[in-house]
Design a protein around this ligand. Structure first.
Ligand code: ZN
Ligand code: ZN
Length: 332
């Protein structure tokens, strides 16, 4: 099968001919129909995250159809369409797994990082971590639901019942969260890089009542903010933007250093927290909510062979919505 292989951090992906993987006893073999390109893929490719299993195939927003099931896999039938998220395996035995917080399992294994990802024509995944996908989304359109949507949803829940919600970084996750937040009757304020007027216009199209530069104050105090951009300098900016009692959620897996700041920014019972990974329960809840909330994903499709272009576009911040690799489309 064709796959885009990452040999080592800092290297471009390389098109490789690999043997088609064989499913383990609890795994399914999937033919990849689409795979979203996530900022975490950039962090893995850049070597920002420890313990990646190089050489590796990135990609953890996989939409695939079941080709073959392992000896003990019986949940999904041949031909079923499933989604594979970042959380690929957990121990099931630690206090986090037993306490409903499998996202924090220290033994967890992640798709496209420790486990084979979806920048390939085929992949394998533990069937217990594959989700059935809502029918109303075509393959490429469903892919961003699996990380941008899921992590965005977990972040939105972590933001509490905030009526005025700020979103820092208006990429794949924010474009989904904005729609869910509007469906829930919240007011959305979007922050982009200064000068990104296209991003600000996109945010307004998706229901943000205000969109502006991340170094500018919003027109009024916010009740919560979610930071999707990987810039630590946004932490004091977001704390400054939220009212007393407000919450700032850092949604990314990696961020540049958070600068020193006056304690006054945190004072007033403001809460600063992160969101890590996802639980399968988040997936079940969000994949029910997304169609009910009328979430529509906006995607830019790339052939598999153009994965490096997709990553470069994501890094430059010029993707409108989400970038998605589609193996069946050939490069122009
Ligand atoms: Zn565990
Ligand atoms: Zn992701």
């Amino acid at each position: 099968m064709r796959a885009m292989l990452l040999d080592a951090p800092g290297r471009p992906l390389r098109s490789a001919d690999l043997p088609r993987p064989r499913p383990g006893p609890e795994q399914v073999l999937l033919r990849v129909r689409a795979c979203g390109v996530c900022r975490t893929d950039l962090h893995v490719a850049d070597g920002d995250l420890p313990d990646a299993a190089f050489p590796l195939v990135l990609g953890h927003e996989i939409v695939g159809t079941v080709v073959e099931a392992g000896a003990r896999a019986s949940r999904h039938r041949s031909g079923d369409r499933v989604g594979v998220p970042w959380l690929g395996w957990t121990c099931g035995e630690c206090r986090y797994c037993r306490g409903g917080r499998e996202n924090l399992c220290a033994h967890a294994r992640f798709t496209g990082y420790h486990l084979p990802g979806g920048y390939a024509e085929y992949t394998v995944a533990d069937e217990r971590f594959c989700f059935p996908l809502p029918a109303g989304y075509e393959d490429a359109g469903a892919a961003p639901l699996l990380c941008a949507g899921l992590i965005g949803y977990r972040s939105l829940v972590a933001a509490g019942d905030a009526a005025r919600l700020g979103l820092y970084g208006f990429g794949a996750a924010a474009h989904i969260v904005a729609q869910v937040a509007r469906h829930q009757g919240r007011r959305v304020f979007a922050f982009t890089k200064p000068g990104d007027t296209a991003g600000q216009a996109f945010a307004r199209e998706l229901g943000a009542e205000w969109a502006g530069a991340s170094d500018a104050p919003p027109p009024e105090e916010l009740d919560a903010a979610i930071i999707f951009a990987p810039a630590g300098a946004l932490v004091p900016a977001a704390l400054r933007a939220v009212a007393r009692g407000g919450t700032v959620v850092c949604a990314g897996i990696h961020m540049s250093e958070v600068p020193a700041m006056p304690y006054a920014l945190l004072w007033g019972e403001r809460t600063l927290r992160s969101v890590a990974n996802l639980t399968r329960r988040d997936g079940e809840e969000f994949l029910r909510l997304a169609p009910a909330a009328g979430v529509r994903t906006e995607v830019e499709r790339f052939p598999l062979a153009s994965a490096n272009d997709a990553l470069a576009r994501l890094r430059a911040g010029t993707v409108r919505g989400a970038a998605v690799l589609v193996p069946e489309e050939e490069a122009a």
